[in-house]
Design a protein around this ligand. Structure first.
Ligand SMILES: Nc1nc2c(ncn2[C@@H]2O[C@H](COP(=O)(O)OP(=O)(O)OP(=O)(O)O)[C@@H](O)[C@H]2O)c(=O)[nH]1
Length: 296
């Protein structure tokens, strides 16, 4: 048996969450076309007959712009020092830029941890594009132990990638029981589902300034739990967008979120969503602490 921790790193939007979801085939990481949606270290665990892969999906590494950003980057760098392997995911469809170089520098800070590069989104690339990308990586990002080419969305070459990275894992250990696919607490899974639905439904209109909190769970007489969940935004205008015309948007978000949550919990629930304005919440440390984004 081999087992080990693998950090998936890369600038926002390269496809880390999509890849992890494909690998563990369960809803453990949020997928969105928006940048920086994954705020927490989430482990996706895949146990095969003789290998257990524990994936740590790091927050999108980027230059800190505000308090929440600082927290996300620090978490990501700490992760890199602890793992057995760093997998740097690169968007094969985009030119390698400042964001990728910034991530590469953070990998250097992790010291001697082995690192491989993954060119993602090859479903949209020609063989020639892929070869060019490999050269670009060597020129702009330097040396990796290996370079893999995959598509996380369609699962192309993902098995080969998994077999290939087995050698970096520790021999003779198994960290988690076989049937476990995430150690993310259930409340976090639930709030992430709500956040995902908001981001999907509101498209470009709602920025990342949204935080979700379960305020209470009450059991109704028929035995079903009723979840009350607050959605915090920064401005009245954002509140308006989420609620929508005659409350239609909030209703849609609620229905979609409830369905996914019921699937995860394997039972029926009631879900009440409340939208609240907290001005500039990202800059307010006590509030961030309360929401679990800062641990001191
Ligand atoms: N064509 C193609 N698109 C992909 C692939 N993987 C991901 N995408 C798209 O790329 C976008 C970003 O994917 P995510 O998985 O959210 O990216 P991420 O790196 O986890 O982003 P953050 O959580 O913001 O760090 C989404 O629109 C995906 O549909 C792929 O293999 N092929």
């Amino acid at each position: 048996m081999r087992s080990g921790f693998i950090a998936l790193v890369g600038r926002p939007n390269v496809g880390k969450s999509t890849l992890m979801n494909w690998i563990v085939k369960e809803k453990v990481a949020i997928v969105s076309s928006k940048a920086q949606t994954t705020r927490d270290r989430i482990k996706g665990i895949l146990t095969k007959t003789d290998t257990q892969y524990i994936f740590v999906d790091t927050p999108g590494i980027h230059k800190p712009q505000h308090l929440l950003g600082e927290y996300m980057t620090k978490t990501a760098i700490d992760t890199l020092k602890e793992v057995d392997l760093i997998v740097m995911v690169i968007d094969g469809k985009a030119e390698i830029g400042k964001g990728d170089k910034f991530v590469r520098e953070r990998i250097e800070e992790a010291g001697g941890t082995p690192r491989v590069a993954v060119i993602n989104k090859i479903d949209d690339l020609t063989d020639e594009d892929i070869e060019k990308k490999k050269i670009e990586i060597k020129e702009k990002l330097g040396k990796f132990n290996e370079i893999y080419t995959i598509s996380g969305e369609y699962g192309i070459n993902v098995d080969e990638f998994l077999k290939g990275i087995k050698k970096y894992l520790e021999d003779g250990v198994m960290y988690y029981p076989e049937d476990m696919y995430t150690d993310m607490p259930m409340y976090k899974v639930i709030t992430e589902i709500v956040r995902e639905k908001i981001l999907w439904n509101t498209r470009e209109e709602i920025p990342h300034s949204v935080a979700i909190e379960i305020t209470d769970v009450k059991r109704r007489e028929n035995g079903k739990d009723c979840y009350n969940i607050n959605i915090y935004v920064e401005r009245d205008s954002q509140k308006g967008i989420i609620i929508g015309n005659k409350g239609k948007m909030l209703k849609k978000i609620g229905i979609e979120a409830r369905k996914d949550i019921e699937q995860v919990l394997e039972r029926g629930i009631y879900l009440n969503l409340w939208v609240k304005v907290k001005d500039k919440w990202r800059k307010k440390k006590p509030f961030l602490k309360e929401m679990g984004y800062i641990i001191e």
